[in-house]
Design a binder for this molecule. Structure first.
Ligand code: TMP
Length: 207
């Protein structure tokens, strides 16, 4: 089974990825957790190029190409072999992030995304996607306090610095994705404690 988590910055995705993996492992499933952009050495190198530097470093089209290059490496080397071996793959972000960040919020052409998806994703779409939803003002404050605890290069990344209006478009974009794919996507209220959010997710998976 291929599970993805989506949502803006500071929605708590990475914590929920870990909790869900632990819960599924406790049930005896073999689970791998991974993230995008990233998951392989090549994709992590591309991630560094994407998340660091000036906000204007890449156009939305360039971001899309880099994300798909990373995704191709990730699918080929990690995700597809794990799924074929019967493992559950839980991935923090996938192609819905490209649609929302680069197309809806960034202005890149949807046609370009469709073409790249046919070639690179080749049908390996998630079975279930959890869209963690929270007001970007609250989420950005969470992301900021996380960054404040870190040093130098890992502080406020390129995307976090794009501003509130951009992140409001991102939130609306993910809700739009969930409306377009109601079978695959579950919108999860990301307000509340870590445990409350985890049990909302579990209820959808269990139900
Ligand atoms: P993260 O903060 O959730 O780890 O994700 C890194 C950043 O990359 C985040 O700001 C969203 C952005 N991103 C895109 O813009 N397009 C994509 O396709 C992916 C996977 C991530």
């Amino acid at each position: 089974m291929f599970i993805t988590f989506e949502g803006g910055e500071g929605t708590g995705k990475s914590t929920q990825v870990k909790l869900l993996a632990a819960r599924l492992q406790a049930e005896g499933r073999e689970v791998i957790t991974t993230r995008e952009p990233g998951g392989t050495a090549e994709a992590e190198a591309l991630r560094n190029l994407l998340v660091s530097g000036d906000v204007g470093r890449w156009t939305a089209d360039e971001e899309m190409l880099l994300n798909f290059a990373a995704r191709g490496s990730h699918l080929r080397q990690l995700i597809v072999p794990a799924l074929q071996a019967g493992k559950t793959v839980i991935c923090d972000r996938f192609v819905d992030s490209t649609y929302v960040y680069q197309c809806l919020a960034g202005g890149a052409r949807r046609q370009l995304l469709s073409e790249l998806s046919i070639t690179i994703i080749a049908g390996h779409m998630p079975d279930i996607t959890f869209v963690l939803d929270i007001d970007p003002e609250i989420a950005m404050a969470r992301a900021k306090s996380r960054n404040d605890g870190q040093s130098g290069a890992s502080r406020a990344d390129r995307f976090e610095r794009k501003g509130l209006a951009f992140h409001q478009r991102v939130r609306a974009g993910f809700l739009d994705v969930a409306r377009q794919h109601p079978k695959r996507c579950h919108v999860i209220d990301a307000n509340g404690t870590v445990e409350e959010i985890a049990s909302r997710i579990w209820a959808k998976l269990d139900g």
